[in-house]
Design a binder for this molecule. Structure first.
Ligand code: BEZ
Length: 237
């Protein structure tokens, strides 16, 4: 039977994150309900005891406090079982030293999903890539349980965790200051005002020549937003 290219329903940006209960390395979770009020990154990896995944887990776990400061929790998933997860995370902590990271403890929950129920619900099984493993999916979910960003990587490509942190900060900046963030934006760079769809406001801005606003044309205006202001608004004290 042909298994590739079958229509599947996948959550999209703007959807409510599909709900599930699951067993994890940190006990049972009720997702996304118990994460209400926090940002959360739900991410899948293909398999325990594999090199790219190991490098990813060590990197993500090393950055967990940084994400926590931005009110963002991490939840991992693969279609391996709980005992495999526990053994792999113990091996990482006890044996692996990589790029200056050692004794790395993964404190965030790692979901066991042997039945692939959650992976299928989230479109993490992509048969063109693998029928038996989840691809490297990233779902960014906001404090109201809405999906705000989705990123997929194939099995062979490790993710860029600085980029995931940038995504969290950029989305929170957009929400807090009612702005959009341009290409390659980093905190301290100019932001775009107003957000798409309100060109009337932009036109008025251009004509009035507001001091802090720079317009390249009527549809493209930016303003300064200090890094300190971004971080003091977003990060936990
Ligand atoms: C890895 O994490 O190294 C990996 C996992 C599945 C397929 C290929 C690579």
């Amino acid at each position: 039977m042909e298994t590739t290219n079958q229509p599947v329903s996948m959550p999209r940006i703007g959807d409510k994150a599909p709900a599930f209960k699951a067993v994890t390395t940190q006990g049972e979770i009720n997702f996304p309900e118990q994460y209400s009020g926090s940002w959360v990154i739900l991410f899948s990896h293909p398999a325990d005891f594999t090199p790219v995944c190991t490098s990813e887990f060590m990197t993500f776990a090393s950055m967990e406090d940084k994400f926590a400061q931005a009110n963002c929790k991490l939840v991992g998933l693969s279609v391996d079982g709980l005992y495999s997860h526990i053994a792999w995370l113990r091996t990482i902590k006890e044996k692996i030293e990589y790029k200056g990271m050692k004794d790395v403890e993964v404190k965030f929950p790692l979901i066991e999903d042997i039945t692939m129920e959650v992976a299928k619900k989230y479109g993490m099984i992509q048969p063109g890539e693998s029928n038996t493993k989840a691809v490297r999916a990233v779902f960014v979910i906001d404090p109201k349980g809405m999906i705000r960003a989705i990123i997929y990587y194939p099995l062979s490509l490790g993710r860029n965790f600085d980029e995931l942190y940038r995504v969290i900060i950029a989305l929170q900046t957009a929400d807090a200051f009612s702005v959009a963030t341009p290409a390659d934006w980093r905190p301290g760079d100019e932001v775009i005002v107003p957000t798409a769809g309100s060109c009337g406001v932009a036109k008025e801005r251009m004509e009035k020549k507001q001091e802090d606003v720079k317009c390249y044309d009527w549809f493209f205006c930016t303003k300064k937003l200090d890094k300190e202001k971004v971080f003091s608004t977003i990060l936990k004290k």
